[in-house]
Structures are given as C-alpha cells and as structure tokens.
Ligand binder design. Sequence first.
Ligand code: ARG
Length: 460
Amino acid sequence: MNSNKMWGGRFDAGPAAIMGEITPSIDFDKRLAGEDLAGSKAHVRMLSNEGIISKDDGQSILAGLEQIEKEIAAGAFVFKRELEDIHLNIEARLAEIIGPAAGRLHTARSRNDQVVTDFRLWVRSACERADHGLLALQRALLVQAGNHVETVMPGFTHMQVAQPVTFGHHMLAYVEMFARDRGRFEDARKRLNESPLGAAALAGTPYPIDRDFTAKALGFARPMRNSMDAISARDFALEYLAAATILATNLSRLAGELVQWSTPQFAFVKLSDAFTTGSSIMPQKRNPDAAELIRGKTGRVLGDFVALATVVKGLVLTYGTDLQEDKERVFDAADTIEVSLAAMAGMVADMTANPEKMRAAAEPGYPTATDLADWLVRVLKKPFREAHHIAGSIVKKAEDAGVTLDKLPLTDMQAVEPGITQDALAAVSLDASVNARMSLGGTAPARVKEQIAFWRSHLK
Ligand code: ARG
C-alpha cells in the first residue's frame, strides 16, 4: 500500500489494514462539516489579509470551500474513510476542485487546533439548542400551572401523602429546576466561547497570524491565551456533558412522575393516544413509553460523561489521538437530551390533569393533620410538640371511625382536647390547608399566581 498523501512524506509503506478500521473518524465527525468549513473560511481570509498567502489563492480557496458547502448541503459530497476525518476529506476535495493552491489552506494551522475549533463551535450550538428545548418545556409547564392554580393534589414525602398542594405549584417546581439547567448550559457556553484557532499543533506558529480576527469571525469572545491549553482542553465538553447529565436526571424525575400519575391507580393525568403505546399482548394497556424512555436515557447520558472523563483523565498535554473519542460521546448526549426535551415538552402540553382524582387521592392519609396542630398552636397557644401529640391522637380517632379529619364530630375532638372549637374543623379542610400556606414560595393559590406572573414576564 502507498503512504498517505496527506501526511505520508516520511513514510515508505502504508498502514496495516486494521489501521483503516481503527483510525477513521469520518463516520461521526462528518457532523462537524459545517463548523469545519466556517473555521477554514475564517482562517483563509485571515491568511490572505495578512499576506501569508496571496489574494488570488485566498479567493480560489474560498470559492472552493463554498462549492464544498453546496455539495454537502445537496448530499453530493462523498465522504471517504481512507481520508480519515472531516478535515482531510474537505481538504482533499478542495484540491480536486482548485488544484495545488488547496495545499496553502493548512498554512499556520494544524488539525489539532482545527478539530477543537470545530468542536467548540459545535458544542456552542448544542448549548443553544438545549436552551431552546428547555424554554419550550418550561412554557408547556407554565401553561399547565396556569390552568391548575387551585387544583388540589396530595403532596408526597417518602411517597406517603404528606400535605395538600396545588398541581400548579407542582408544575412550577419543575419550571424552577429547568431554569437552573438553562443556567448551566449558559455558563458552559460562555466559558467555552474562546477560540483555540491559531494554536497550531501545540506551540503556536511563526507566521504573523491574527488570532483576534479569526476569533471574531467565528463569534468567539476572544482567542485562548495559551496555545497548549487551547489544544488540550476538553473540559468544555465535559462541562456540556455534566450539564446534560444533570438535565437528564431532572427530566427523569418528571418522567417518573408521569409514569406514576398516568397509572389507572393514580390517574392524576391522562396522556392522549399521541403519547401512549399499546401492548402486543394486553389489549387494555396504555403505556407511557416516551416518559419511560426519557427516564431510561438518563443512564446513557451519564455514561457519555463518564466515558469522556475517563478518556481525559491522566492524559498528558497536549493532543493525543485518545481525544478523537470526545465527539461521539457529546453527539450522543446532545441527540439524547434534545429528543428527550422535545418529547417531554410534547407530553406536558398533551397531558390532561384530572382534578377529581387528585382531590380524591388527597382525602385519605390525613394530609391536614399538620393544620390541626397549627390551629392548636395558633388559637390555644399550645407548644408545637404538644399540639403535634394531640393532633396525632385525633388522627387515630378519625382513623378508627373511618372518616377524614373535617368529618370527625367535634365532640370526638373535644374528648382529646376540650379547647377545640368548630372553627378547627374549617381549618382542616384541604382547601383551607392549601390557602393557609401563604409563606413565600408556599403552595397557596395566591402565591402560585405570583410565581406564574414572575415566569410569564421572565421566560424568554
Ligand atoms: N480526527 C482527529 C480528532 O478527531 C483530528 C485531529 C487529528 N490530529 C492529529 N494530529 N492526528 O481528534
């Protein structure tokens, strides 16, 4: 076999056949084609502006790159595994189109700064796509919240009925959670948005390049200060994957709730046919597949993070081909969170809450026992610990009688605590309990309305 025409000058013989299997990255890094072309265009403009290459060569390289862009968009570009990666594929095609001038494009550049420039651009867009997906999901949650400001449901701790809350409040808890996810992608985007281009192989270059120009042309805030760091750093990709992992984890909690809420036992929400699938054996089934898949996909996103962290761990500066393993992990995580976000936003918009079922589920389990204790503290000035004890005894009586607290005869309550009056009964209804939780961030409809107003003016 002949030596490689892109880098084979000092080689006598070609690589072993297996090298053709293990080396190529084109099957996946073709996804960087757009970024690679953008990087090359910025680089060639700079080379020509600085007189490092002639204006004529600059023009013809640019024209060739534009033709390649069209070929790729039209699906006419032939990606070749023997050309290893996207960078060499594009450069080889450029040579076919414009001839030997193509060889000047790689002046003052290395694939090492080229690949990480492409990758930063790609991850930057991925951060923006995650943000858009999250915004759409927040909007869907906010609509549900607005429709259910006063819908009472059981709030759970330890998966036991704890205190009544409103469904709107519950939806808004996720709006908050996803706002923090957006913050993480925004931070990651901001930190990664520096240009490694011009770091060349690792040490910089003797050509009089203008790194500020290329940085600006590619929308980077500034060039990276240290050429070795520019080549080596993959913490930006890890940061993206960390944000993706936390997002996937947060999504899995909502997904888990949808799975539970859509069971016939809960029936808090109904997903339409659009978001359920049937069983091939049990005709009655309506499975919340998308929610289950979103929950399940958390594992692979975390796996992507762990895989790349393991690649980077202990890797000496600067570039090692180990780093070629960075892209698939990020592509996989990005594809996964993007489809998960879209499916989740779709499900949240699609689901119909069932306020009757929610209220009915909040009745048993004495979720207003705390309100009775609070009444004893407020009206009879009992210490909370003692009030807790009294309320506990009353719950036991109600349980024995098989009724909810507000249906227990007043005389039964008075047998435990003679000071209890009729208005204690009013305090232990579900609505009274919810309405009473007026503390900042509490579940009272008045507070929920404030949260909704906040998010309506802040979501963008
Ligand atoms: N395909 C390589 C990667 O993904 C591009 C950089 C190759 N650089 C090198 N010196 N072999 O990392």
